[in-house]
Ligand binder design. Structure first.
Ligand SMILES: Cc1cc2nc3c(=O)[nH]c(=O)nc-3n(C[C@H](O)[C@H](O)[C@H](O)COP(=O)(O)O)c2cc1C
Length: 386
């Protein structure tokens, strides 16, 4: 596997937002990634992709991003955040995703899937529902699972603490989902180990008080993620990249998951064949004070990139082309993920290229709308792939 590994980043030099990046056998056409975003749009509560997912993901591939990620896609029915989440725990679900990956690739973007299990944050109402909180059992809801029987929010039904056999079952679900993702045509897999969902619940001492091999020391709290990554890597071809999204910190005043543990675990993940650490934060504590502001999580990606010598991705309030380009050029991160900015404008990469004076592919169908005179700034060395 070693000769297939992605090269370690050069800590001194970044590149440009529109410079290609090699990850194993794949060339990303630029550094812009559509961040995973839950759509809660499977109306039959069966995890099946439909026209909404095709149009939503497809239009962002048309818009010029290098990688387009699906939302958190459940590896098992109990791992859904809401009853309306996308899933890949059956072959039929994978077949429904195949036309979407084919369309994304037809636009020269790479199709990525985020594999997820919500753990104690499962079985919740969709955000636009009139009622908030958990979906009651018997009304479409189910019993959430977690490392320990500690509820996320006061008043929540306590999750069931997983037995060893149940943990092994979920690890196997991640492996089986990966095999289906490959058959569905995905080229990038991201394991969702952030935002207070199941894997993060094992990592953080605030949600894991187990006294067996899955709790206590950092190595023990890491064990579940390690097993998931090994199960995924075993099914995922050597020439395709594997990403992990981590919450770099719980933003807890004391006793939580933090950036030092994130850096250490990133080194271990690299040894397990992970290519990219996608650095988010939060999700364990409802009461956390998060200093949200432009690029507020970029420093985490920078530390992972420099101290774990791993390709890193920055996310969180990255909205302006100059800002995104500075993150890449200064070597703080190798990639930027955008979520809400991409909801506002699926063509963000095309307009960013215009602003930065870079060349990007426009679909033939849209060429008549392409501005004739680019606002040329920073034109040296910024010509991207045509
Ligand atoms: C509508 C929506 C749905 C989201 N769903 C997911 C998800 O499925 N998985 C995930 O890791 N993050 C999810 N996020 C978080 C984003 O991927 C991203 O990390 C966050 O919004 C910060 O980036 P932004 O400032 O560019 O929006 C979601 C965000 C939004 C706005």
């Amino acid at each position: 596997m070693s000769q297939r590994r992605s090269p370690a980043p050069d800590p001194q030099h970044g590149g440009h937002l529109f410079a290609p990046l090699q990850l194993r056998s794949l060339t990303l056409r630029n550094r812009i990634v559509v961040s995973p975003m839950c759509m809660y749009s499977c109306p039959d509560q069966d995890g099946m992709a439909n026209d909404w997912h095709m149009v939503h993901l497809g239009s962002r591939a048309v818009g010029g991003a290098a990688v387009v990620f699906t939302e958190a896609t459940a590896v098992g029915a109990e791992g859904r955040i809401s009853p309306f989440d996308l899933g890949i725990w059956t072959d039929t679900q994978a077949q429904a995703l195949a036309p979407i990956t084919a369309f994304i690739q037809s636009q020269e973007a790479l199709a990525g899937i985020q594999l997820a299990h919500a753990g104690r944050k499962a079985s919740t109402q969709v955000p636009w529902s009139d009622t908030r909180g958990q979906v009651p059992i018997g009304h479409g809801g189910w019993q959430p699972l977690a490392p320990s029987a500690l509820p996320f929010a006061p008043g929540d039904r306590a999750p069931k603490a997983l037995s060893i056999a149940e943990i092994e079952g979920i690890v196997a679900e991640f492996g089986a989902a990966t095999a289906r993702a490959l058959r569905a045509g995905f080229q990038v897999v991201e394991v969702h180990a952030a935002h207070g969902y199941l894997i993060h619940q094992f990592l953080s001492p605030l949600s894991n008080n187990r006294d067996d091999q899955y709790g206590g020391s950092l190595a023990n709290r890491f064990r579940f993620l390690a097993q998931v990554v090994m199960a995924v890597r075993a099914e995922w071809p050597d020439d395709l990249p594997l990403w992990v999204r981590l919450s770099a910190t719980d933003w807890a005043e004391a006793g939580g998951w933090d950036i030092d543990q994130t850096v250490e675990v990133s080194r271990w993940l690299k040894d397990l064949g992970v290519d990219v650490i996608d650095c988010s934060s939060g999700g364990t504590l409802r009461s956390a004070q998060i200093p949200e502001g432009p690029g507020y999580q970029v420093g985490f990606a920078e530390r992972v990139r420099k101290e774990a010598a791993l390709t890193s991705a920055a996310v969180g309030l990255i909205t302006a082309p100059e800002q995104a380009n500075r993150i890449i050029e200064s070597g703080q991160a190798d990639l930027v993920l955008l979520a809400r900015a991409m909801l506002r404008n699926p063509y963000w990469p095309m307009t960013a290229a215009q602003e930065l004076g870079a060349e990007v592919r426009w679909p033939n169908q849209y060429l008549r709308a392409r501005p004739k005179v680019p606002v040329a700034r920073n034109t040296a060395s910024v010509v991207g792939p045509q």
